[in-house]
Design a protein around this ligand. Sequence first.
Ligand SMILES: NC(=O)c1ccc[n+]([C@@H]2O[C@H](COP(=O)([O-])OP(=O)(O)OC[C@H]3O[C@@H](n4cnc5c(N)ncnc54)[C@H](O)[C@@H]3O)[C@@H](O)[C@H]2O)c1
Length: 431
Amino acid sequence: MELTRRQLIQATAAGPAAAFAANDRIQVGIIGCGARSHELMKALMLHPGAQITRVCDAYKGRVERAAERTKGSPAADWKSILGDKSIDAVVIASPDHWHKTHVIEALRAGKDVYCEKPLTYTAEEGLEIIRTAKETGKIVQVGSQGVSGQAQNKAREMIRGGKLGKITMIRAAYNRNTASGAWIYPIPPDASASTCNWAEFQGPAKKRPFSLERFFRWRCYTDYSGGIATDLFVHLCTTIHYLMDAKMPARVMAMGELYRWKESRDVPDTLNAILEYPEGFTVNLSSTFNNQSSAESGFQFLGTEGTITLGSPAIRYEPENAVEDNRWIVESWPSRLEAQYYQDAKVKAAELPETRAPKLSSAGEEFRQTGLDSTYSHFGNWLNALRTRKAFWEDALNGHRAAACAHMVNLSVREKRLVEWDFQAENIRRT
Ligand SMILES: NC(=O)c1ccc[n+]([C@@H]2O[C@H](COP(=O)([O-])OP(=O)(O)OC[C@H]3O[C@@H](n4cnc5c(N)ncnc54)[C@H](O)[C@@H]3O)[C@@H](O)[C@H]2O)c1
């Protein structure tokens, strides 16, 4: 979403970035200048406290576009960005199989980090990142930007204020029915072995013959991605943990199938998961790439006193209006007992339409996110953390946990079993 000039002025007048003087700008290097990265660069460039000075990518066309967009200079590769002493911090938007290496090497090179979600490709990687962040004292923020948005913060406030009563069930989904929604992105016409550095793309992944499909549609392959779980469910889990003040599900059970897009991938296009949290609620996550009649994405927080439906950009709150009604039960009793039942004052107050009090004011409420887009605000929180040296909520630990939920889902699908979390080890329980 493009920000208007007015939104920018409002934001910079009030936002944390305002604290940086023009000559005191944080120098930022970009590792990976793909589709998401260009959105990130646009949002970061609106913060006067930061300046993008160097950019790198494994495909030449994207370095060219990033340099044009930011006026930053192209770097040969990510190692030259990390070796550049003038760079304070890096934004990492490479494919998922690279995140751990890029994050850890950046921290060791003394840089603060903004890393796109999912923080990890395996759960073990998260523990290594958390350790390195502690050792180096550098900031890590993960890029599920929704938690910095107005809508999620409003929902969080409502939940914490008790407006929903006790929440025992949450439903969340991502549904799509297009090739682009199923990650079959167009490949740039000049892409070839001379414009795409295949070795640089593959990095720590299993070695394969050169493939433009793998290079540009890496989400479809388990060598680089965990598919729907790490790409989409990770956003859902981040939000649920933030809104519910929850750590991790104790148990996860999931099923996934590839029904339709079989020629293009080795990950499921339909995924259903159940996550059980010790904080006292259960989550249903679901996604299909074969129908989008319901909203593309959204959440329902179901509480004893009300429901929040959280979509983009609106929140809808509906109070619960459930009333007791035992008529069909007592109508099977002897007539005199039925009549007696309705003489009871408690029953009159609770069950009879003519005598019961209206349960709640039944009007719902709607809240629409106005103003700033979440990615812009998420960078505001990052820059604030860099200045105050206090990480925002979505740090290495919380990034690790959200990604680990996705890894638990995939493990359950792969091994057709219930997967448990070891809260002491902050890792998936070994069987
Ligand atoms: N927060 C969000 O809403 C959101 C949205 C989309 C993507 N993402 C995340 O952003 C990341 C990038 O996704 P994308 O959609 O932009 O993919 P993409 O394929 O468009 O971009 C990845 C880029 O990284 C480059 N690259 C690969 N290996 C590299 C290396 N070793 N060094 C430097 N560059 C390298 C590729 O050439 C490519 O241009 C992923 O982790 C994805 O999950 C987040």
